[in-house]
Design a protein around this ligand. Sequence first.
Ligand SMILES: [Zn+2]
Length: 108
Amino acid sequence: MDASTTPTGIEVSNKDQVLEISWEDGHTSIFPLPGLRKNCPCVTCRGGHGSMGEFEPEAFFEENPMRIEIRNIEQVGNHAIKITWGDGHDSGMYQWETLRWLDPENHK
Ligand SMILES: [Zn+2]
């Protein structure tokens, strides 16, 4: 694995509505939770195109974002995490590579 897609830390704040991932190359990705929920990579959320790779991401920053909480994060092998959302949705596997690519800084 590449340092840019190797996580060294992950922190969730439901209160601040962010998920922060620190990467081995020194970068930190800060994801607003509503945007991360909207960009869930699962087949259902991506409209049936079982895309595990790149897709056209939804905007991360909006004026009045909904509030959504993360209930649980589970590591899947060494390549992904599974997020259980406050709305009960839990089929999204967020691969480290996808997360690094999704970094809101890349999609302003
Ligand atoms: Zn989904």
